[in-house]
Design a protein around this ligand. Structure first.
Ligand code: BV8
Ligand code: ZN
Length: 254
C-alpha cells in the first residue's frame, strides 16, 4: 500500500468538514459474512440473490425466502465486527462530521460503535409485518421458525425488515443519504460492487459535484475509473492503516 497516498488521504480526512462512508457487504466479508453475491449455499445456491430478495419470491414461496434469511441471520448473529468496522467507528469519533451510509443489513457497524448509521437497505435482524397498513416491527427477529411467524398485531406473515428489489428505499434513509452526498467534501466507497441502484449512484453523484472520491475494494468496479484515490485491498487492512496515518498526522500537529 503506497504510504504517501495513505498519509495524503489521512491529512485530507483530518481537514474534511463532512466525510461520507458508503459501505457494502465487502466490509463484512472479513467478519465471515458472505458478500451479497455469494450469500447462497445448499438449497439456495440454485437461486440468484436478486431473485430471492423480492416481494414476488416471498409471496410465491414464503418458507424458502424466510429460511434463507434465517440462515443469513444465524451467520450474522455468530459474526463479530472486524477492524474495518471499528476503524469507521473511530473516524466517526475523530473527524469533524461523518455520515455512514450502509447497504449492509447485518448491524455490524452499530455493534462496532458507529452511532449515526443510515441503513439504506434495512436490517436483517428486525422483522416487520408484511401488511403495509399494519406496520408492526419485531426486534430481534424471531428465531427457530421454519416459515414466516404471524404478526403479533394482526396475524399476517412477518417478513425481514429489509428493502427487497423493486421496493423503495425508506424515505428517511434516502433523504439523509442524499443530503450527505450533496454536502460532503470526501466520500469513501468501501466494499461494494456498485451495481445496486440507487445506492450505486451515490458515489458518482458526490464526485460530480466536486467531492473527493475514494474507493476501497480488492477489485475494480464501475466507479473505479472516476475515483480520485483507489486503495485496492481489503477494508479490514486498509481502514486501520488509514486511522494510524491519521494519528500520525494529528501527532505531528500537521
Ligand atoms: C428501487 C437488502 C424503485 C436485501 C438489497 C436504476 C434506478 C433504480 C432502481 C434500479 C435501477 N436499475 C435497476 C434497478 C432495480 C434494482 C437494482 O439495482 N437491481 C440491480 C440488480 C441492477 N434496485 C432496486 O430494486 C432498489 N429499489 O429502485 O425501487 C422504486 C422506487 C419507488 C417506489 C417503488 C420502487 C432496491 C435495491 C435494494 C435491494 N436490497 N439488500 C437483502 O440483503 O437480502 S441489495 C444487496 O446488494 C445488499 O444490500 C448489498 O449490500 C447490496 C449491494 O451489493 P454489495 O454490497 O456491493 O455486495 P456485492 O456482493 O455485490 O459486492 C461485494 C463487494 O465487496 C465486491 O466488489 C468485492 O470485491 C468487495 N469485497 C470483498 N471482500 C472485501 C471487499 N471489499 C473490501 N474489503 C473486503 N475484504
Ligand atoms: Zn401486522
Amino acid at each position: 500500500m503506497n504510504r504517501d497516498v495513505i498519509y495524503d488521504l489521512a491529512a485530507r480526512l483530518t481537514a474534511s468538514r463532512h466525510t461520507v462512508f458508503l459501505t457494502g457487504s465487502g466490509v463484512s466479508a472479513e467478519s465471515g459474512i458472505a458478500t451479497f453475491r455469494d450469500a447462497r449455499s445448499g438449497l439456495w445456491s440454485r437461486y440468484r440473490p436478486e431473485d430471492l430478495a423480492t416481494p414476488a419470491a416471498f409471496r410465491r414461496n414464503p418458507a424458502l425466502v424466510w429460511d434463507w434469511y434465517q440462515w443469513r441471520r444465524e451467520s450474522v448473529a455468530r459474526a463479530q465486527p472486524n477492524p474495518g468496522h471499528r476503524a469507521i467507528a473511530e473516524f466517526e469519533r475523530r473527524l469533524a462530521r461523518v455520515t455512514l451510509i450502509t447497504q449492509n443489513v447485518d448491524g455490524l457497524h452499530q455493534r462496532a460503535g458507529s452511532s449515526r448509521v443510515v441503513e439504506f437497505h434495512g436490517n436483517i435482524m428486525r422483522s416487520r409485518c408484511s401488511l403495509e397498513q399494519c406496520g408492526a416491527v419485531v426486534e430481534p427477529a424471531p428465531v427457530d421458525t421454519t416459515s414466516p411467524p404471524p404478526c403479533p398485531r394482526c396475524g399476517a406473515w412477518l417478513r425481514p425488515d429489509v428493502v427487497w428489489f423493486g421496493e423503495a428505499i425508506p424515505s428517511a434513509a434516502l433523504e439523509m443519504a442524499l443530503a450527505a452526498v450533496e454536502d460532503c467534501d470526501v466520500i469513501l466507497s468501501i466494499g461494494t460492487s456498485s451495481q445496486v441502484q440507487p445506492a450505486a449512484g451515490l458515489a458518482a453523484q458526490a464526485s460530480a459535484r466536486g467531492a473527493f472520491l475514494v474507493e476501497v475494494n480488492p477489485e475494480s468496479t464501475p466507479i473505479t475509473r472516476r475515483a480520485d484515490c483507489v486503495l485496492p485491498g481489503p477494508s479490514g487492512r486498509i481502514l486501520p492503516a488509514l486511522v494510524e496515518a491519521m494519528n500520525a498526522v494529528a501527532g505531528n500537529g500537521d
